[in-house]
Design a protein around this ligand. Sequence first.
Ligand code: UGA
Length: 350
Amino acid sequence: MKVLILGVNGFIGSHLVDRIMQDTDWEVYGLDLGAHKVAEHLANPRFHFVEGDITISKEWIEYHIKKCDVVLPLVAIATPKVYVTDPLRVFELDFEENLRVVRQCVKYKKRVVFPSTSEVYGMCPDEEFDEYESPLVTGPIPMNRWIYSTSKQLLDRVIWAYGFQQGLRFTLFRPFNWMGPKLDSLNTAKEGSSRLVTQFSWNLFNGEPLQLVDGGTARRCFIDVADAMDGIMAVLRNEGGKADGQIFNIGNPANDYSVREIAAMMIAIWKDHPFRLERGIAEGSTVETGSGEFYGKGYQDVARRTPSIKRMQATFGFEPKVSMIDSLKKTIDFFVEEHKAQEKVVETEN
Ligand code: UGA
């Protein structure tokens, strides 16, 4: 199988390449702005990387859509701070650029595996969010936060409609707070605009308090990227065509914690971490902050977000295994290494 991954150097893309190279004989054609997360595969003859920008490398993309069997358009902005501060960029990249790719999949009759998002459920009141039953609930227009959710939702609907009316082969998968090594980059956390676990890691490394937005009562279910990869690989293998025309939540309902609880877990790991002890960095503390202050006026939060994974379980026997604490440890260790590597670069430059 020939797999085209746009955004191959991202969190999901890079882990997918690891898995595909390790477990299959498939070929990967990948495009991204850089290759540092997939560097170890660059010499592999089954991995074909090109440096490029989805908004510019249009001919390369069209040619490779024609050439490949399955397309994963993973390029998107996925950080809430940017939804609030630069909603047009989110719309242009996450919606417009990806719509073009989807239309080419229709034109060349290629299978598309599209990353929808847990955010499409928004403030859904259901205990567990179900792909085929739950309502999708977003806030008023001045709340920019919802531009990501609604851009993704409209693309979900367009893809579904292309399947319904023109026979497009597709699967929509919905990541629920995937985490692990290679998540985001500490550079985004420097500006205070990263996702929770990256942001908290950066704060810990710098002896800063972890900021609990609106008291840290919001709840999320985090899934370790290794478990998430089991899910997406099953979707990609698509045995018996079971993934065709389907929507799947990929998450871990067992790892359901409030932001305050996650802060406490991260502080506990940090307290005994060799890197902290070696450097004599502060143990870690928390401070409460308002969402308006942290994100800006256009932010509205999702109070709780629990996936139903019944469909993944019934279709593929999917069972996530990694506990929150183990996943946090792995992720913090990864960031420590990244932090040390960045320090070395600064030292060399100086
Ligand atoms: C994320 C992003 O929208 C996407 O990455 C993705 O599609 C989706 O969820 C997902 O991964 O399922 P969210 O979970 O709200 O949205 O993003 P985080 O930045 O990880 O925030 C989680 C919670 O922590 C929010 O309640 C936020 O207000 C809070 N938070 C975040 C803090 O209290 N302090 C911080 O420093 C950062």
